[in-house]
Design a protein around this ligand. Structure first.
Ligand SMILES: [Zn+2]
Length: 276
């Protein structure tokens, strides 16, 4: 598995640079056919499309961020998955960040989400009627992990969460999904039947209130850089144990001085950024 240094992780939590500001200030997509350029954490997207703010089985939240832009395959994934969730009798999903109108680095919150192929889906199961967009800025978003990080919070975690993860991981086009180590462990310990989908769940820090779905580079996007593959097994053995013994990524110590993350974007992203 790819390892990241502690400084990079700190940057993930707080990317702040002039470059990121430029990308976050552009409020419209660039013209032209949709093209992904670069890597999930160092790239951009031409011709991105906006996810409708709501649809059957989902509601997009925090719309003020203007991060509901992505590649059409991402929007299709969200729509298909949401329909499936609805058909399974679950309440609407809260859809979080996808990407900015032209992708690129974000000023806060993520290192990835730069090419329109990443989406955050919240675990919170919202009962009741659909909410107006303004009421979706600050919804309740509970963690599935106990506040002492001692394990799964069984007052929040339900079979619906297992079903969500299984449905997402078995949807075509999904490269991988990031979840908290405790969530991966719970899935490892309880999933029955065909466990082939478990390998798609990659442990990561955080990801206890939401899971992150990353889609493969779509066909016809030669400038999209695929991510290296991961082991073929279910990831429930040593790869998971490591997260409990010697995590490959750690949070920086409080007050630690860290360098901001400045991804080097492909040259073609400048045209995407500057296009009228
Ligand atoms: Zn994410």
């Amino acid at each position: 598995m790819m390892r990241f240094t502690v400084p990079l992780l700190a940057a993930i939590l707080s990317v702040s640079s002039a470059a990121a500001q430029e990308w976050s200030q552009v409020s419209t997509p660039s013209p032209g056919p949709t093209q992904v350029i670069g890597f999930y954490s160092a790239g951009c997207i031409q011709g991105a499309q906006a996810l409708p703010t709501e649809g059957p089985g989902y509601e997009a939240i925090r719309l003020s961020r203007n991060r509901n832009w992505g590649h059409p395959i991402t929007l299709d994934f969200i729509k298909r998955f949401s329909e499936q969730v609805r058909a399974a009798g679950q309440s609407p999903l809260y859809i979080g960040d996808i990407g900015q109108p032209r992708g690129g680095p974000l000023t806060f919150g993520h290192a990835s989400h730069q090419v329109g192929l990443d989406v955050d889906i919240w675990f919170e199961r919202q009962p009741g009627a659909r909410r107006a967009p303004a009421e979706r800025e600050n919804p309740r978003l509970r963690s599935l992990v106990r506040s002492d990080d001692g394990g799964i919070d069984d007052t929040v975690f339900t079979d619906q969460h297992m079903a969500l993860l299984r449905m997402a991981a078995t949807t075509p086009g999904v490269d991988r999904m990031f979840v908290n180590k405790w969530i991966k462990e719970r899935v490892c310990n309880t999933a029955t039947g065909n466990r082939g989908w478990l390998r798609k769940l990659v442990p990561w820090l955080g990801h206890d209130e939401h899971f992150h779905v990353r889609l493969y580079c779509p066909q016809g996007n030669p400038q999209c850089q695929a991510q290296a593959s991961y082991p073929d097994d279910d990831g429930c053995g040593e790869a998971l144990a490591l997260w409990f013994k010697r995590p490959p990524v750690q949070m920086p110590a409080p007050g630690a001085v860290v360098k901001p993350y400045r991804p080097k974007l492909p040259g073609a992203c400048q045209q995407v950024l500057k296009a009228p």
